[in-house]
Ligand binder design. Structure first.
Ligand code: ITT
Length: 185
């Protein structure tokens, strides 16, 4: 069976990818390899830099994924700084920033960078709103405060299969899966 490495330190991301790509005849392996995440406003640039960097040492096909939460009222903050913001002010801090704010629109973006005979990028967006309170034990990161459109539950209240149906990563991984299956981007 062909091996494919997913370079990530995030177990939640790996679980979602494993579920989404399980229909493929591919062995997905998590590799927790450090790579520099450059400071850029565009996730695509960050992912491209990452795959080119990792391709120097990893000779098997692999992908990595960069994601972020973009909140309308905060002019797209935290965006590419999502990890740092989650580690510092966390979900409570985001809810405080939006206290008494009616415009709760936000979206998640996921950029998958695959390296297989060269670099390939697959993106997915999930639109929704920021909840008024923390809800659910599932998922990771901002999941307990994000409600995807046409839903009442937060990602934190969903199973992995459910979240994959609506999520940014579910969509980017779907494109990755199709490419791996039939080579069409
Ligand atoms: P990598 O090792 O794959 O880089 P990471 O956790 O550092 O894992 P990112 O750099 O993509 O991931 O950081 C994005 C942050 O945004 C991440 O730490 C989460 O807090 C948050 N995030 C990303 N995707 C999310 C999702 O599907 N649900 C909730 N929060 C998410």
């Amino acid at each position: 069976m062909e091996e494919l490495y997913f370079i990530t330190g995030n177990k939640g991301k790996f679980k979602e990818a494993k579920e989404k790509l399980k229909y493929l005849d591919i062995e997905l392996i998590q590799a927790d390899m450090e790579y520099p995440e450059i400071q850029a406003s565009d996730l695509k640039e960050i992912a491209l830099f990452g795959i080119n960097y990792c391709s120097e040492s990893l000779k098997s096909p692999f992908f990595l994924e960069d994601s972020g939460l973009f909140i309308e009222e905060l002019n797209s903050f935290p965006g590419p700084y999502s990890r740092y913001v989650h580690e510092t002010i966390g979900n409570d801090g985001i809810l405080k920033l939006l206290l008494n704010i009616n415009n709760r629109g936000a979206y998640f973006k996921s950029t998958v960078g695959l390296y297989k005979d060269g670099p390939h990028i697959f993106e997915g967006v999930s639109r929704g709103t920021i909840s008024h309170e923390i809800r659910g034990q599932g998922g990771f990161g901002y999941d307990p405060i994000f409600i995807p459109e046409n839903n009442s539950k937060t990602f934190g209240e969903m199973t992995t299969v459910e979240k994959n149906k609506f999520s940014h990563r579910g969509k980017s991984l779907e494109k990755l899966g199709k490419y791996l299956e039939n080579g069409v981007e």
